[in-house]
Write a protein that binds this ligand. Structure first.
Ligand code: ITT
Length: 180
């Protein structure tokens, strides 16, 4: 049994569909530092948590990087979502033709050492809010290779495209290798 330390139930449900029932969600607040990369944020979080959590655990830090905004909101994604939501993102991109964006997910696993796994999902920002599933920016993000937003997909479909689906699969493979 292993803990996924997160306050976000959606993340947990997505990752559980990939890694399986061997993980348990646990909410332990940890500082999310202001850094330039998700890798730094995750590393700081793990170093804070390793003395406070018994046994192996992992965290996940993610963000939406919009090309024409030079990667904003990026590491500030959670804050920006709370502040302006999807309506705010659409407003900023109003009339903008370059709608390219990517989601990134850094899975940080700790077993005495820190292991980082990064997943990327390329896509575009929709022109309107679409769909009711998922969380956060899902209603405005269309992954490359589909016409639907993440919020119009069931978890298994989103996982097939998503940044988190990819980073979780990397973690799963690592754990399987370790078992052997
Ligand atoms: P933790 O407790 O795990 O930190 P969180 O929701 O605060 O959960 P982050 O700090 O990693 O997560 O912030 C990432 C934010 O980026 C998140 O709150 C969403 O607004 C957005 N985001 C990340 N992945 C997303 C996804 O798959 N779909 C939609 N929005 C996503």
């Amino acid at each position: 049994m292993m803990y996924f330390i997160t306050g976000n139930r959606h993340k947990y449900e997505e990752v559980k569909k990939i890694i399986g029932p061997g993980i348990t969600m646990r909410t332990v607040p940890y500082p999310e530092i202001q850094a330039e990369t998700l890798e730094e944020v995750a590393t700081y979080g793990i170093n804070y948590l390793k003395d406070r959590v018994d046994g192996a655990f992992f965290i996940e830090d993610s963000g939406l990087f919009i090309e024409v905004l030079n990667g904003f909101p990026g590491v500030f994604s959670a804050y920006v979502f709370r502040a302006i939501g999807n309506e705010g993102i659409l407003k900023i991109l109003q009339g903008e033709e370059n709608r390219k964006a990517r989601f990134m997910s850094v899975m940080g696993y700790y077993d005495g050492e820190i292991h980082l796994f990064t997943g990327v999902c390329e896509g575009t920002i929709a022109h309107e809010i679409r769909g009711k599933r998922g969380f956060g920016y899902d209603p405005v993000f269309i992954p490359k290779g589909d016409n639907r937003t993440f919020a119009e997909m069931v978890t298994e479909e989103k996982n097939r495209y998503s940044h988190r689906g990819k980073s979780a699969l990397m973690l799963k493979k690592y754990l399987e290798e370790k078992e052997r």
